[in-house]
Ligand binder design. Sequence first.
Ligand code: MEV
Length: 425
Amino acid sequence: MTKFYELSTGERLARLRVEDAIDDGDLRILTDEPALPTAVAANMVENQIGNFPVPLGLADHFVIDGETLRVPMAVEEPSVIAAASNAAHRIARAGGFRTSVHRDGITAQLVFTNNDSLSSDNGGLTRFVREHEPAIRKVAREAHPSLETHGGGLRGVSVSVSAEGFEEIDLLIDPGDAMGANVVNTIAEAVAKYCAERLDGLDLLMAILSNDTGNQRAQSEARIDFDNLPTRDMDGAEVARRIVAAARFAEISPLRAATHNKGIMNGINAVVLATGNDTRNINAAVYADLSEQRRTWTKWSIDEERRQLVGHIDIPLPLGSVGGAMSTLPMAKFSLKLLRNPDARRLMGIVASVGLASNLAAMRALVTRGIQEGHMNLQFKSLAMSAGAKSSELEQVVAGLRSDPAKASLETATILLNQLRNTSK
Ligand code: MEV
């Protein structure tokens, strides 16, 4: 059977339709209808004048906790989907990704200023919170009555260390399957008002969630047999050792860590965007997680006994699977459906796995032939396709472009394609 990536866009859609992965309504969204109707877009942002489409593709070969998935990714960088698919394929041959998720809640900060900035009354605030906790819980419940029926709610109230005349109450709020910004901020503002009205000597400065969501974390582990790692000129064991060295270098070099992490975020941001999640929230969360002790989220090691490379990612991913843009953007709804409508925990595991795959693909290329060869091949393929080459003609046109990279252009691809067709007449 022709591989998914060798098909044209139309053939891919036909295959998805035959596989029952999409229905006629999905087909219309992907082809005929505007992906985002003006009536919807105009109500989403102020001063809307148009839409900004980016390609949506599917990363193939993902096996996550035993389930095989094609993962939707919205991204403009040509190599990102190819790289994730390639790494996922190597990982699938050893059983796929195993994930685990901690989704304990989002912290909201209620910040007060002490009128007498020299005398912080942290003890007084602690006493206040202890005495008023039942009432605070009631205020939180009433601020968002449906949250508890969706499995969420206020999980904890605490007083944070005060300094420089600031006093802080923290709320830990479980947003259920929502990303949570609206829910958490609504509850935070209601509780802050209740507290401010009863706290003498403290002025409410603000109440807002923190995007430092260290307790909404996803872990994923992947193994790759050495036999699935070799390149034309390097054996698998050597590739594995070089990948472990590259990953270790990212832990000790801040310069390198930034790029290593960009490779992880290539995959993560593309799925976050495709599923209608808030990319700025995810970026704020992941970078807040980094410190001198943790320069990156992935670790790679070798299992000598099983002759495998082992990768692990542990990353904050405060994603939602319901509400917000997920309910309004047709493409986001479609992406979630392709992922079989995961709950937020499942989506977190999927996205972490894509990040790990992207990291593996980048490092394998870097420590063997460098990344440009793969990038150039994709570029040649895209020129050949733009010239009109069919799947059966691609390889030869790409080979022709590769033989003289300096002359690679749409014009050269068209000449090569015409030559190929003339000689095979
Ligand atoms: C390019 O988009 C991403 C890489 O630079 C990541 C990395 O260096 O690990 C290839």
